[in-house]
Design a protein around this ligand. Structure first.
Ligand code: COA
Length: 154
């Protein structure tokens, strides 16, 4: 079952956030810091206290096995762009032990329904290029790439 998190569940959400951080450290070790600092753990409480952000969780077997951070982004018009207003998926993870069992799909169905109900016209997220599993999942959900970061190492 997918629903919005309760405050006492944020430590369980952090168990999943640690898995994402480890994956990022492995994929981009010169960018991401190893370990899971107190500051990183506490960030989930900043999210909790921000009225523009919501934390969705998926519960299975009485445990929190997946989560997503949803962030309402509003950017004013500027000389280059129209005003932008969309729902961004800031963080997303399913517990290693529960992958390929439809948990992320259930989360995404919930997010889409919530976003539509709130009147959003667009869901966005950004991801790291090394993360092929995540890309395969997002593409399976109908997401397409619309913007890129490119680099050359010197
Ligand atoms: C990406 C992730 C959220 C997918 O979660 P999941 O619960 O395993 O996904 P689902 O079971 O709902 O998969 C739905 C479909 O997506 C695709 N998919 C999901 N994971 C995939 C993988 N590793 N490789 C290829 N396709 C994949 C498949 O089409 C799958 O359908 P199928 O199982 O019937 O073939 C999960 O692997 C994860 O948490 N990864 C680590 C954290 C992460 O990368 N988060 C995103 C950061 S941007």
């Amino acid at each position: 079952m997918v629903r919005f998190a309760e405050k006492h569940e944020l430590d369980s959400v952090n168990v999943l956030r640690r898995q994402v951080n480890e994956l990022h450290v492995q994929g981009e070790p010169t960018i991401f810091k190893p370990g899971f600092s107190e500051e990183l753990a506490d960030h989930i409480y900043t999210v909790w206290n921000d009225p523009m952000q919501r934390i969705a969780v998926c519960e299975r077997d009485g445990a929190i096995v997946g989560f997503a951070v949803l962030h309402h982004i509003q950017k004013p018009e500027n000389p280059f762009m129209y005003e932008r207003d969309y729902l961004d998926i800031d963080e997303f993870c399913v517990d290693e032990a529960y992958r390929r069992q439809g948990v992320a799909t259930e989360l995404m169905d919930f997010i889409r329904a919530f976003a539509r109900e709130q009147g959003f016209r667009r869901l966005e997220l950004n991801m790291w290029e090394f993360n092929r599993d995540a890309l395969a999942f997002y593409e399976a959900m109908g997401f397409t790439t619309y913007r890129r970061y490119i680099k050359t190492d010197l």
